[in-house]
Design a protein around this ligand. Structure first.
Ligand code: ATP
Ligand code: MN
Length: 463
């Protein structure tokens, strides 16, 4: 017989009868001299299949190395289960042990571990129930994102990961170089001579694919990027990673309102997709991590997001009588505590804040007629704060060049970008959704390090 296997997710839907073969990792083992029960998991679902060993057929010696974490192939008959947790189970007839897991050394024994401990063994944590759920949901969300945009006729555009442009001063960048750090070539003035570096100039890992995305939108109409982005900011918070994934749609002929409509529809689609397609995993997380999770997800699908201007938001904060760690006044960059006050205390639903002071936003955002604010839109979510940052882009060449100068940036490096405004410019808009911030919301996890398989944060790049 071939080594074919039935995945547990399919097997649990099958009627009893017939021989099946499963392959997976042992979660638990219990029993006595005459009968032994094993819960086997193969990653296809949160649910385990129960394997029953008749100890008249198997020897104690054979079953001794079958401990938590061991990997097995089991063949047997699919029979009705007497247990209440599943309708079928496997009566083992034949077993092969692919790999043992010494109980004295295998760190994932039955009891619940702290998230901090599991982060230290991030290479093994996908074997836990919680992380199995999270990574299946992460996959489902990635798929849903592509499906959403594909169904709308957006083009998936691959923007570069190595770049020579500092998108917006969005955050400090990781430099990419092959120069000898101990003895780099120097110019006459003593500074490093990057013309002798690999690319003949100074390069970094991208902080955003937006600028290149705009080039795509000005030709293909509606595009999106979905890839890794990097920020060398030293922010050790539960919402920041040094390497994270971002979804950035960019659309020709969209104004800020079209942009908000798309963003709200997009997030609701993703939440609904998770509710419809990840129900067992969400139910597990709802039981174990956050009792309000499913209620909160359903709530978002049914409510209209509040839309108000930054200025109105500041008025609410200053009129709230609340004391904040960072005092509030017009012009400040909102902190997480302010965002969460508006969302969780004041409105009790997601909020889209628009028209921020131009000083705290990027150069490419479209200036309002008041000369003080720009057509930015940030979407603020309960428990997360900012989940999306976006704007209508400045399409007028002269205004854009003035903004670049005002922000003490060099227009020279951005000449290629300015060509979109020189030739056939058009109103256009876009936004960036942080994939891991979305996953925090969908899974109910509270630390962003726990929704990405291998987190990269200051002083940590394990595995
Ligand atoms: P924040 O103010 O929270 O640091 P930002 O204003 O720097 O975010 P943007 O530059 O607007 O963020 O990036 C777009 C989106 O990318 C954000 O709305 C957020 O969802 C996500 N994001 C930004 N920085 C990070 C990070 N360091 N780790 C994970 N996600 C991030
Ligand atoms: Mn932002």
């Amino acid at each position: 017989m071939t080594e074919s296997r039935t995945k547990i997710i399919d097997l649990l839907k099958m009627p009893a009868g017939g021989t099946v073969q499963v392959k997976g990792w042992v979660r638990t083992k219990r029993g006595n001299k005459s009968i032994v029960f094993i819960a086997l998991n193969d990653g296809s679902t949160i649910h385990n299949v129960q394997i029953v060993y008749d100890m008249n057929v198997f020897s104690e010696e054979e079953l001794r190395p079958v401990t938590t974490g061991a990997c097995l192939r089991v063949r047997g008959e699919l029979v009705p289960s007497l247990g209440t947790e599943q309708s079928v189970e496997i009566r083992a007839e034949e077993m092969e042990i692919y790999g043992t897991a010494d109980p004295a050394a295998y760190p994932l024994q039955k009891k619940g571990h702290s998230m901090e401990f599991l982060r230290e063994i991030a290479h093994l944590r996908p074997r836990t129930n919680t992380f199995g759920c999270i990574f299946r949901i992460r996959h489902a969300m990635a798929y849903a994102i592509h499906k959403y945009f594909n169904d709308k006729g957006f083009v998936y555009l691959h923007t570069p990961i190595i770049t020579a442009s500092d998108c917006e001063g969005a955050g400090a960048m990781f430099q990419v170089t092959t120069l000898d750090l101990k003895d780099p070539p120097k110019g006459k003035d003593g500074s490093v001579d990057f013309s002798r570096d690999f690319f003949g100039r100074q390069t970094s890992l991208t902080v955003s694919g937006q600028l290149e995305g705009e080039l795509g939108a000005m030709a293909l109409g509606e595009i999106y990027t979905f890839g890794p982005t990097f920020r060398a900011e030293n922010s050790n918070t539960p919402r920041h990673l040094a390497e994270f994934w971002m979804i950035e749609p960019e659309m020709a002929f969209y104004d800020i309102h079209d942009n908000m409509d798309l963003a709200e529809d997009f997030i609701k689609y993703l939440v609904r997709y998770a509710l419809e397609n990840c129900a067992p995993d969400l139910q597990f997380l709802n039981n174990m991590i956050d009792k309000e999770l499913i209620k909160r997800l359903e709530g978002v699908c049914d409510t209209q997001f509040v839309r108000l201007s930054y200025t109105e938001g500041i008025d609410i904060l200053t009129g709230s009588g609340q004391t904040f760690e960072y005092p509030v006044s017009w012009g400040i960059d909102l902190q997480s505590e302010h965002e969460r006050y508006l969302v969780e205390k004041h409105f009790k639903r997601p909020v889209i804040l628009t028209d921020y002071p131009k000083e705290i936003k990027a150069f490419y955002m479209k200036e309002n007629p008041d000369g003080k604010t720009v057509r930015a839109m940030d979407i603020l979510f309960p428990k997360i704060g900012e989940i999306i940052g976006g704007s209508q882009r400045e399409e007028d060449l002269e205004t854009l060049v003035r903004r670049i100068r005002e922000m003490n940036m060099s227009a020279e490096n951005l000449d290629w970008y300015l060509d979109t405004r020189r030739f056939g410019t058009a109103p256009h808009s876009g936004f960036g959704l942080g994939f891991e911030r979305l996953l925090l919301f969908i899974t109910g996890m509270t630390n962003i390090r726990d929704v990405i398989p291998f987190p990269r944060t200051p002083k940590s790049a394990e595995f």
